[in-house]
Design a protein around this ligand. Structure first.
Ligand code: HEM
Length: 458
């Protein structure tokens, strides 16, 4: 496989960039006098603004965000059309590249169609049962060690979990503790992630993008030096698995491909897991009765296994799964997903031209009242088998769907279960009385105040 991408043969070279006039027949925004103000206002309240647009215009909305024109498609049917992508109309590569290409070029999510399929199949080896069992062991050990270091008085949860998930990644992704280079790797990685969501997209001096690009160079160098040590070796960490993964034609990935995949994987895993654990903790704090129900299941697992969380007992922790699903319904870690239409298509009787930037929006779909009665209410029982009957398959899409559905989904569930298993067995999460947490909902949700709380020993 060629190291550098590689626009899929299905992507026309002369794809137009639709203007307001090209989209004028669609419901939605009029051109703003000062477009940057529109972006600023959107960033102030992404959820409120997006909900309002849907109430005002419906499920196909012409939008002017971040300077350009595009279309938001809302609802389960839209999600299915775009994510399932039966007719290969939508390019993920052309959707995500403007956001991520500088820092995470050729990451799996930035590939399309056949090329994507081949790489996805190759990487899947790292998420099979045997390596997953090993990761669980690493997660259990790392979480117990990490929790022991947390204060017994009030502290900000968000920075603490962010640092813990990064430590956990060292063991399960790289198979080593961060070591002497640890702080530098940590910083390089944090810089890359921050740059990927920074407003200034050019690597000008003193910008986050410049720091991110430097971080990428550092990480690429780190992975590049490590690859020869991993090839031909056995190892249960994701990196070693990928260094030895074979493609359909029996070959190994090139060094550059491994570097690109590792950089992307760590980014895809880190902030999303941090965000989702944080929102779950937030809702468990505001609804403590769910902590007790989860604890009962934890105790049952402990009684069964002699105290451990084993791979085989993950399925017994059903309640944490319900709570987690409800938390990421309300606060999806990836609130919207970009694509670009390669051909003209029709949705809900609206003809949408080739080249259009198309956004699908879990943040809004997850709050549609016809799909989710009393959408603002935190109610994990929505996800019991009984209550899920008849719900559209694409109504709940925090992990996406179709060909690009999150490859780390089971890893994420496992990490979340391991975290709460160890946290709640002997502790409870306590928020200040009357605490009302608020989240920045975009680009990756996080609490505005860092989520101050106390972990109280029972
Ligand atoms: C709660 C945690 C997570 C959430 C909510 C999440 C969400 C998502 C979403 C929405 C996508 C699809 C984006 C699109 O279609 O445009 C995605 C893709 C992906 N995620 Fe995750 N993710 C999470 C954790 C992880 C973890 C832990 C890993 C790795 C261990 C991971 C690896 C990936 C990869 C490789 C892709 C690209 C898949 C492809 O394009 O085929 N994610 N994730």
């Amino acid at each position: 496989m060629n190291a550098h991408a590689k626009i899929s043969a299905l992507i026309p070279a002369d794809l137009p960039e639709p203007s307001f006039e090209d989209l004028a027949h669609l419901p939605g925004m009029q051109p703003a006098r000062v477009p940057i103000m529109r972006t600023i206002n959107f960033l102030k309240d992404p959820l409120g603004r997006s909900m309002k647009l849907t109430e005002q215009y419906g499920r196909v909305v012409r939008r002017q965000d971040f300077g350009g024109w595009g279309v938001s498609l809302i609802g389960p049917e839209a999600n299915e059309l775009v994510m399932f992508n039966k007719d290969k109309i939508f390019s993920s590569s052309l959707g995500w590249n403007p956001v991520l290409e500088n820092l995470f070029p050729n990451g799996l999510m930035l590939l399309d169609f056949e090329e994507h399929r081949i790489h996805r199949k190759t990487l899947s080896i790292a998420f099979k049962t045997e390596p997953m069992k090993h990761y669980l062991g690493e997660l259990n050990t790392g979480i117990v060690r990490g929790l022991a270091k947390w204060p017994t008085t009030q502290f900000k949860f968000y920075p603490a979990i962010k640092s813990l998930t990064l430590d956990l990644a060292a063991a399960s992704f790289l198979g080593v503790p961060w070591g002497p280079d640890g702080d530098k790797i940590n910083q390089a990685f944090v810089d890359m992630v921050l740059a990927s969501v920074s407003v200034i997209r050019k690597p000008l001096p003193l910008t986050q993008m410049r720091r991110g690009i430097k971080g990428r160079a550092f990480m690429s160098d780190f992975f590049g030096r490590e690859i020869p040590k991993r090839r031909g070796k056995t190892g249960d960490d994701i990196f070693t698995q990928i260094c030895n993964a074979t493609t359909e034609d029996g070959g190994l990935l090139t060094d550059q491909e491994i570097i690109d995949h590792m950089n992307f994987l760590m980014m895809a895993a880190h902030d999303t897991t941090t965000s989702s654990i944080t929102s779950t903790v937030h809702f468990l704090g505001t609804h403590p009765e769910w902590q007790d129900r989860i604890r009962e299941e934890i105790m049952a697992v402990k009684a069964k296994t002699g105290g451990e969380l084993t791979y085989e007992t993950l399925g017994d922790l059903e309640t944490i799964e319900l709570v987690f699903k409800e938390a990421i319904r309300l606060i999806p870690p990836v609130p919207s997903m970009p694509r670009r239409a390669l051909r003209e298509f029709t949705f809900m009787n609206h003809v949408i031209p080739a080249g259009t930037h198309v956004g699908i929006n879990p943040m809004v779909t997850h709050r549609l009242p016809d799909v989710w009665p009393q959408p603002e209410k935190f109610d994990p029982t929505r996800f019991t088998a009984e209550n899920s009957k008849g719900r559209h398959k694409y109504a709940w899409v925090p992990f996406g769907g179709g060909g690009h559905m999150c490859l780390g989904l089971h890893f994420a569930y496992m990490q979340v279960k391991s975290f709460f298993f160890h946290l709640l067995a002997e502790n409870r999460i306590v928020l200040a009385p009357e605490y009302k947490g608020e989240f920045y909902m975009f680009p990756i949700p996080k609490p505005k105040d860092g989520l101050p709380l106390t972990i109280e020993k029972l």
